[in-house]
Structure formats: C-alpha cells, structure tokens
Design a protein around this ligand. Structure first.
Ligand code: PLP
Length: 387
C-alpha cells in the first residue's frame, strides 16, 4: 500500500519493541528480568479500581464531553493549582493517557518552517511528533556533568526567530534529572524574550525524592504560554486505564478538544470516574509507592556503581537509572542487545532517547528488589565478560 509521505517522519518508542523481543525469549524458556518498560509494577490502588467498577455498574457507559467530565476538569485544575497556578476547568483537557497531549498540541501548533527544541536524551515521542508535524526538530543536549539538567546558555544558542516550541520534562525520562527553580526561571526569561510556547511534561511530578516540584507555569508570564502535560499513569499506577490531561490557555484547550472530537470523541467515561477517586481519595498508596521506589533507587544506583566500568548518578525523580557504560567500549545498542540475548536483562539503549543517549542504558527500577538484585548480578557478569 502506498503510504502518505508523513508516515516516513513518524518515529516510535523502543520500549515496546524490546518488550516483544524479551517476551519471545521467555517463550523459548529464557529467564528475563524486565527493566525496559516505564510503568509502576504496582497494581492500581483498590479504591480507584472500585470507583471504576462502580462507575460501570452505575451507568457511566456512555459518551461524554470531548474535553472531559466537568467535575474531573475542575478537580484537575484544583490539583494542578497546588503548583502555584490559577487554572480553571476551561484550561483542562482530559485525554486517554498523557501521550495524546503531545500529539494534539504539536498538531495544533507546529507546521513546516517552525522549529521546536526537544530534550536529548528525552522521551522519544517528542521528536517523533515534531517531525510528523513538519516542523524542524532541534536537539537540546542534556549532559551528565550537569546532572542531566539542561544548560540554559546552550539553550539560548539554539533559539532562532523560527523557534516556536520548547519541550521540557522534569522530573525526566530517561535520566531522572530534575530542573531547579533557578533553571526554570532562566528558561522562562528566554521563553518570554523570544515568544516561545513551552510544553512542560510533568508526568513524574509526584515521583520526586528530594525538594518540591516546581512548574514553569507558576512563574510570572508563563501560564499564558505553557502547556502542562500530566496524568494518572505513573502517580496512581494506572498505565492501562489510559487517563491523562493537558492544562493550557483556553483558546488552545478548545482546539485540542476539537482534535479529541475528530479522533477518539472522548476519554472513557468510567475511567474518568476512577480518576476523580484517585485525586480526591486517600493518597497513602501513592506515598507507599514512592517509599518503595526510593529504596530501590538506592539499591540499583549503589549496585551499578559497584560494577567496575559502570557509573551512575543518583536520579532525583522518576523511576529510571541512567548508568554510563561507555567505559565498556561497546555502544549502548550493542550492550543492551547483549544484555538481553546473553544475560537475560531487558534494558533500553540510551540512544533510544536520542543521539545524546550514546554511552548510557536506561533501567526502570519499578521492579522488585529481588529482580533488581538479579539484574545487577547479570549486568556485572556482562561487563566482566568483556574484560
Ligand atoms: N511523558 C513521559 C516523559 C513519559 O515517560 C510517559 C510514559 O512513559 C508519558 C509522558 C506518557 O504517559 P501516558 O501513559 O499517560 O500516556
């Protein structure tokens, strides 16, 4: 079939491909530790599951408003306003997962001739969607020496009169890096000076191990030029429910709602009722998950640093370790492939997240301590086999 040219510009997310390869190896009898997929290993808290099931029994089986149920939009606005913003329900669009916000916002804003700056290494769909929109993707390197925070002086040099959109992600996938208030203030000054729109992916806002999450939207002059992307997948272990949202100026929210009408009509009604319970119900399970991630973070980072030739910074947020494996002499891709095929650990090459991911691996530590210990032993064996 002859495809439209734009399909040549669409990328993908390697995590799902590696999962398929790992499952195929398991089907042949190989024991695999899964550190490739970025999702909590916990099940959704019981009160949220009950709310979803009850909603289905109570008639929430119909279409709903394209932008989301009014009470959920209002609750999300209140929730986000704890970050120091003053949003109303009209600023919120509820979507099936946070990912569609990238898709819709970039379709709504970008076209050929525009430039959009994306974090590298960063979530691969940013670049994929910039390319798909016809705009030019401009890589913003995130460096280990800078704890994977972006370098504002370097960012300033990437901005041209054509730059329309800047994407930031804090806490970050795949590095666990966190932007500090001073970074965000400097970024906001650049955004205002150059009239940039900022897509601020804050999906890991609650998975933060030290300090307080700062949203760039809370800084002076930023709410009118920022889109916050957030959702329930990570915080409430709801990846399979598909529930996320964007918070943005109302004129853009109306356009994103129009893209909802043209694509999926609305987010599943019962899922939205479950989301309402997630935000308004007890938060003990969220705290327990964070405590578990914190313990695993120490386990994996200390374990990686004990392997000769591997170094790993302590990530400040999210649930990923991003060890530097360049001293092994192998490329990220070759090392990750060997780790899976010969040692039974599914991990992602840093280059799955951009060219600046070369020399690194991404390991999701949303897994049991037992499995993490097993993975560390196998990574150690893999590195030693090269000596
Ligand atoms: N943003 C980042 C940085 C992510 O890592 C992910 C998921 O891995 C998403 C957004 C999308 O999450 P969702 O499952 O809500 O679509």
């Amino acid at each position: 079939m002859k495809l439209a040219d734009r399909m040549n510009r669409l990328g993908t997310e390697t995590a799902f491909e590696v999962l398929v390869r790992a499952k195929a190896l398991e089907a042949q009898g190989t024991d695999v530790v899964h550190l490739e997929i970025g999702e909590p290993d916990f099940d959704t808290p019981a009160n949220i599951i009950d709310a979803g099931c009850n909603a289905l029994r109570n008639g929430w089986t119909h279409y709903g408003p394209a932008a989301g149920q009014p009470d959920l939009r209002a609750t999300i606005a209140d929730y986000i306003n704890h970050r120091g913003t003053a949003y109303t329900p009209g600023n919120v669009v509820v979507t099936p997962g946070g990912k569609p916000i990238m898709f819709f916002v970039m379709l709504a804003l970008l076209q050929a001739g525009d430039e959009a700056i994306f974090p590298d290494p960063g979530f691969p769909i940013y670049r994929s969607m910039i390319d798909f929109s016809g705009a030019t993707a401009v890589s913003m390197p995130l460096r280990e020496v800078n704890d994977f925070r972006l370098d504002v002086a370097e960012l300033a040099k990437l901005i041209t009169p054509r730059t329309k959109l800047l994407i930031i992600n804090s806490p970050a996938n795949p590095t666990g890096g966190v932007l500090e208030r001073a970074d965000l203030e400097a970024i906001s000054r650049l955004a205002i000076e150059h009239d940039l729109i900022v897509l601020s992916d804050e999906i890991y806002a609650e998975i933060l191990y030290e300090g307080e999450h700062v949203s760039i939207a809370s800084l002076p002059g930023m709410a009118e030029r920022t889109i916050i992307l957030d959702g329930f997948s990570k915080t409430y272990a709801m990846t399979g429910w598909r529930l996320g949202y964007g918070v943005m100026p109302t004129d853009l929210a109306d356009q994103v709602a129009k893209l909802m009408v043209n694509s999926v009509s609305c987010t599943a009604s019962a899922t939205q009722r479950a989301g309402l319970e997630a935000l308004t119900g007890p938060q003990d399970d969220v705290r327990a998950m964070l405590d578990a991630f914190r313990g695993r973070r120490s386990l994996i980072v200390e374990g990686l640093n004990a392997i000769p030739g591997v170094t790993c910074r302590m990530p400040k947020g999210a649930f990923y370790a991003f060890p530097n494996i360049s001293a092994t002499g192998l490329s990220s891709k070759v090392f990750a492939d060997r780790l899976l095929d010969e040692f039974g650990v599914a991990a992602l090459a840093g280059t799955s997240f951009g060219d600046h991911g070369e020399g690194y691996l991404r390991l999701s530590y949303a897994n049991s301590e037992e499995n993490l210990t097993k993975a560390l032993q196998r990574i150690d064996a893999a590195v030693r086999s090269l000596a």
